[in-house]
Ligand binder design. Structure first.
Ligand code: SAH
Ligand code: SF4
Ligand code: F3S
Length: 444
């Protein structure tokens, strides 16, 4: 202990779930910064612990409950610790979390990110002992929230909050509320600020970015993409997630004609059987999806294509599943994020007939991954000998001398560092060893 020297207060922030949660956490860390907290990665030395949680699948919730259990012991040793749970699970569970874990001091919902500062001040001053605020309301988050970005090259920029789609398996619309788009000028200002701070890449975030602007009608998503593409200093513009139901030809044109918009389309199809798509309330069917992919490939031939897939949705038969495998073989995605269907109470699918047994789900997932991995490898092998432009991110996790970065198509590239390249450079790498998940190569 350094006697006499004012110790800075420390905050541990655990983030689960999607990029939207990462972005919210940056806005919460920004507020904690104004209160004098600095980040720590060690929960045991923290004065404040925040878990920004996810509940999209049961496994995500289990992880959080495990962490909440761990924190009980830390809190016992340090009763002054302030412990809060925020994010989607906080929104879903509310008060119930306190009953399950009385060592939690506050629970803040997804639409209360901006209230964190006031809540922590209240608790630190001991004016209140416990706070629960999960009122979802129907308003977008305020604009004036300070942001402490965690990345150094890549910045997350939310463009819309919430989801109106109600896919029958999904909890997100219930815990994130209705769609609200930020004004284009607010988005552009945030991108300009990130560029001024040295960020090279931005990812525009929303549950369904193609619905951007349908509420305020100030700009469509394609128009927003073009505005952001103009911001000086930004080398790469990415976005996620695109719902296939309303990806417009104008967005495809914006990507095709853009200067910095990455040729990568993440278009979650979820399934390859029309019967299952209908039961999922995914709105589109295989045929129009196929036609959309054709339009994308005709306009932007170099584009990569990725997807999300759910295996074991209620009622999925062996025949549906083999249709899904056939669809994968037909579309040939560069990569797929594959999930076992997880029952979320309160969603329509949770009470549908024909819930698939765990063992069957797992066996199907295994087969699915085998098919997709072969395709991913073949697609990467086709890049052997090509020279890729890679945004250098820095040393890889396992070896300081091996550097990592990503192509515009979002593929991870590894190469032996030569000496001159620095983080944020766009370097040229010749691909010499393509693998399923990464491309290994030599700096040109
Ligand atoms: N808004 C995005 C997805 C957000 S959730 C979109 O529509 O594409 C990310 C992924 O989690 C989804 O694409 C889906 O594949 C998966 N997912 C959502 N709910 C799920 C559930 N109950 N069980 C399994 N996977 C789920
Ligand atoms: Fe969930 Fe569907 Fe909304 Fe995506 S579009 S968040 S899968 S309800
Ligand atoms: Fe999870 Fe919420 Fe994102 S449920 S996936 S953190 S929107």
């Amino acid at each position: 202990m350094e006697n006499g020297i004012l110790q800075k207060r420390k905050a541990f922030i655990g983030v689960y779930g999607c990029q939207m949660n990462l972005s919210d956490a940056e806005r919460m860390e920004g507020q904690l910064g104004t209160l004098g907290y600095e980040r720590t990665d060690d929960m045991t030395e923290a004065d404040l612990i925040l878990l920004n949680t996810c509940c999209v699948r049961e496994t995500a919730e289990d992880k959080v409950y495990g962490k909440i259990g761990e924190i009980k012991h830390i809190k016992r040793r340090n009763p002054a610790l302030i412990f809060g749970v925020t994010g989607c699970m906080a929104q879903k569970e509310g008060e119930a979390l306190l009953r399950r874990a009385p060592h939690i001091d506050f629970v803040l919902g997804t639409n209360k990110v901006h209230e964190l500062k006031a809540v922590v001040e209240e608790l630190a001053s001991k004016r209140r002992r416990r706070i629960v605020d999960v009122f979802l309301g129907d308003a977008p988050l305020p604009e004036d929230v300070p942001i402490e970005r965690t990345g150094r090259l890549s910045a997350w920029v939310p463009i819309m909050y919430g989801c109106n789609n109600f896919c029958t398996y999904c909890i997100v619309p219930y815990v994130r509320g209705r769609e609200h788009s930020r004004l284009p000028e607010d988005v552009v200002r945030e991108v300009e600020e990130a560029a001024a701070q040295g960020f090279k890449e931005i990812t525009l975030l929303g549950q369904n970015v193609n619905s951007y602007g349908k509420d305020h009608r100030c700009a469509s998503f394609a128009e927003l993409l073009r505005m952001v593409d103009e911001v000086k200093g930004i080398e790469r513009v990415r976005y996620m997630t695109s719902h296939p139901k309303d990806l417009s030809d104008d967005v495809i044109a914006a990507v095709k004609n853009g200067r910095h918009i990455c040729p990568h389309f993440h278009l979650p199809v979820q399934h390859g059987s029309d019967r299952v798509l209908k039961a999922m309330n995914r709105v589109y069917r295989k045929e129009p999806y196929r036609a959309l992919i054709e339009r994308i490939r005709a306009a932007v031939p170099e584009a990569s294509l990725t997807t999300d897939l759910i295996v074991g949705f209620p009622g999925e038969t062996e025949e549906d599943f083999s249709e899904l495998l056939d669809f994968l073989r037909e579309i040939r995605y560069d990569a797929a994020y594959t999930f076992l269907y997880s029952k979320r109470s309160g969603t329509p699918a949770a009470t549908m007939a024909g819930q698939v047994a765990d063992a069957v789900k797992k066996e199907r997932l295994h087969r699915l991954m085998k098919v997709q991995n072969e395709i991913s490898l073949a697609k990467n092998e086709a890049l052997l000998g090509t020279v890729q432009e890679v945004l250098a991110e820095g040393p890889s996790r396992t070896d300081e001398s091996v550097w990592t970065g990503r192509t515009g198509t979002n593929k991870i590239v590894l190469w032996q560092k030569q000496g001159n390249e620095t983080e944020g450079d766009v370097v040229r790498v010749r691909i010499t060893q393509p693998q399923t998940w990464v491309l290994k190569g030599e700096l040109q």
